[in-house]
Design a binder for this molecule. Sequence first.
Ligand code: SAH
Length: 255
Amino acid sequence: MKQGKVTLLSAGPGALDLLTLRAARVLGEADVLLIDDLANPEIATLAPQARVIAVGKRGGCRSTPQAFIERMMCRFAKCGAHVVRVKGGDALMFGRAGEEMTALRRAGVPVEIVNGVSAAFAAAAGLGMSLTHRDHCAGVTFVTAHRQDGSAPNWAALAATGTTLAIYMGLHRVEALSAALLAHLDAHTPAGIVQWAGTPQERRMVTSLGRLAADVRAGGFASPAILLVGGAVAEAAMDAATTRQQREDVIARAA
Ligand code: SAH
């Protein structure tokens, strides 16, 4: 019998043309696709031969239990199938890939990874800014506002890094996280939000940390969205600033 395997495949932020050529090739070889709900379901058109199973895990909604997904992957792979687990963005960024790789290795199932464009990269592209602009920061920190045990990350320590903060899963906690960051960063620190980055539905805005929560709510931003905080956001393209006042502030900050 053919040896089965699992590929953890990165679907990028949602637009099919942000898939890599490698992802497209692997999709064409898949026997079974397990698709996360942040991944564009149209991805299945690149795997017309595959059996498609949706395994949503959106926060707060009914979702397929993680242990069940892991068992299903092992079972199909042990029957000789090439299982392709499709994850939004990059599979290795906040996607439970670590847990799944451990489970698969324990079960003796070969596993490989296909990288992709993570949401923070698409968000920075949408805003027309570099995440690591050397005039402003020493790098970028990818952080989730939502830890598994319900605790908040150490915002004081993150504020002290001097890096651009790329905050995943932060929208529902934008008030609390901006208040926590404001205890350590200036209210004028540039901040941005990009919803559905890299897709035709993309919406974006640049503001300041002091106004971030109010502007996000007033702008009606919804999940999925990335928050970016730090001096580098001042370099965002002017069309990202949504109001005249915000645009003037962005110009003033850049001057
Ligand atoms: N592996 C994914 C992240 C999964 S966690 C990646 O690399 O992008 C889910 C969070 O990612 C969402 O809550 C949101 O913060 C962010 N996200 C995913 N897709 C997004 C998109 N198209 N635009 C903006 N944020 C997105």
